[in-house]
Design a protein around this ligand. Structure first.
Ligand code: ZN
Length: 393
């Protein structure tokens, strides 16, 4: 849909907020503020005074004192200005108590960089046990190592490049970029581009208009739209039908998912047959082009399904690659339906008291899910809030 001047007015009045897990929220907060606080733990380390021993020492330590899985990001050896240093083993709980005065390293300097003076000084060897005490079992030939010291190291791998910069200033570590729920850089600068905001707003406006139409004929003011992310085609526009024909489960999301299913030769609710046209607001009534578009879409899905079946023997899920725009935060039932139909992204306008995508629950953040989808709230929030949803959503 081509953005109109009316859309332009709407873009400045709302902001898109990603709905994240508490951990992701904290990461984004630290990323945006630059105030990154690495969780630190204490390790024994020692300077390498005979470089010929590096290989032997690394091998034997890796065998007898391997880094725990959660610390595998740490490199065993680091180069300082005048010498090389080697991580030996983590300090035990008892040993940590001895150094407790230094263990609460404060890393709140500007730009999030942990100043070395805030971390226990490497040359502070007070109360540090000797190498023979550190390796009491005596199974290690310690030749080549100097006097040990205690050092604070990051106790988990960095989650993003900014963290990695901070980590590198403490102890060298490896970094593997993992796929992110949201683009941290984009989110830290206020979200998506104006062009993307216009696109999102245009689809939400369609959901709002459908909701208003439903409201005008006595239904709940809740609307939803399904869009093919890749082609931008609108596949279904629906509204809450739960007040009709005793179909209490026909919330807006259930309606549009069923409409998509119907286009693919399925659909569970007979009462929704032919609703595709009825749900369209007058200003967006289905034209011949739209009908052709829906027809083409059916064909495309059929073809995709056929080719997918041919290649892998598996069918794509109902809403694979589809976005859902809904005026109000979906309930648990709708959120489960969105999850099971494998939507790629859900945009909603305003929060609902029993909402399962941010308010009452963050279903899409559940760690056990085998499908992840993005959720954003706040799209044309005021317009969505102004709709009449009756007693409950
Ligand atoms: Zn619902």
């Amino acid at each position: 849909m081509a953005p109109s001047a009316d859309n332009d007015a709407h873009t400045s009045q709302w902001s898109l907020t990603p709905v994240l897990s508490p951990e992701e929220e904290q990461e984004l907060k630290e990323y945006t503020s630059g105030n990154i606080n690495p969780p630190l733990c204490l390790y024994f380390a020692a300077p390498i005074i005979d470089k010929k021993q590096i290989s032997r020492l690394t091998q034997i330590l890796s065998l007898q004192y391997p880094l725990p899985d959660c610390m595998k990001h740490l490199k065993r050896v680091r180069a300082q200005q005048t010498r090389l240093e080697m991580l030996l083993r983590p300090a035990s709980l008892e040993e940590k108590m001895t150094f407790s005065k230094d263990s609460g390293a404060d890393c709140t300097e500007n730009a999030g960089i942990c100043r070395s003076e805030n971390i226990r000084k490497d040359d502070d060897t007070s109360q540090v046990p000797s190498l023979t005490d550190i390796f009491k079992d005596g199974a290690i030939d310690l030749s080549g190592l100097g006097d040990p010291f205690v050092v604070s190291v990051p106790m988990r791998s960095a989650r993003n490049r900014k963290e990695q910069q901070v980590w590198a200033g403490i102890w060298p570590s490896t970094y593997h970029e993992k796929p992110k729920t949201v683009n941290l850089e984009e989110a830290s600068h206020g979200g998506v581009s104006d062009e993307e905001k216009l696109r999102i707003g245009a689809h939400m406006r369609r959901a709002i208009e459908a909701a208003q139409l439903n409201q005008a004929r006595g239904g709940k003011g809740i609307g939803a739209v399904v869009v093919d992310q890749e082609s931008g085609k609108v596949l279904a526009v629906g509204t809450d039908r739960s007040g009709e024909k005793r179909e209490l489960l026909l919330h807006a999301c259930m309606v549009v998912i069923d409409m998509v299913a119907r286009q693919q030769g399925g659909g569970a609710y007979e009462c929704l047959a032919g609703l595709e046209n009825e749900q369209q607001p007058k200003m967006h009534s289905v034209t011949k082009d739209d009908e052709k578009q829906i027809g083409d879409e059916k064909e495309n899905r059929k073809r995709t399904k056929e080719s997918s079946e041919h290649c892998t023997g598996e069918l794509p899920y109902l809403c694979t690659g589809y976005e859902v725009y809904v005026t109000h935060e979906p309930c648990i039932m709708c959120s489960m339906a969105l999850l099971h139909s494998r939507v790629s992204c859900v945009y909603y306008g305003c929060c609902s008291p029993g909402g399962a995508l941010g308010t009452f629950y963050r279903l899409h953040c559940h760690p056990g899910l085998n499908h992840k989808f993005l959720v954003f709230r706040g799209v044309m929030e005021n317009e969505c809030k102004a709709l009449d949803v009756g007693q409950e959503v």
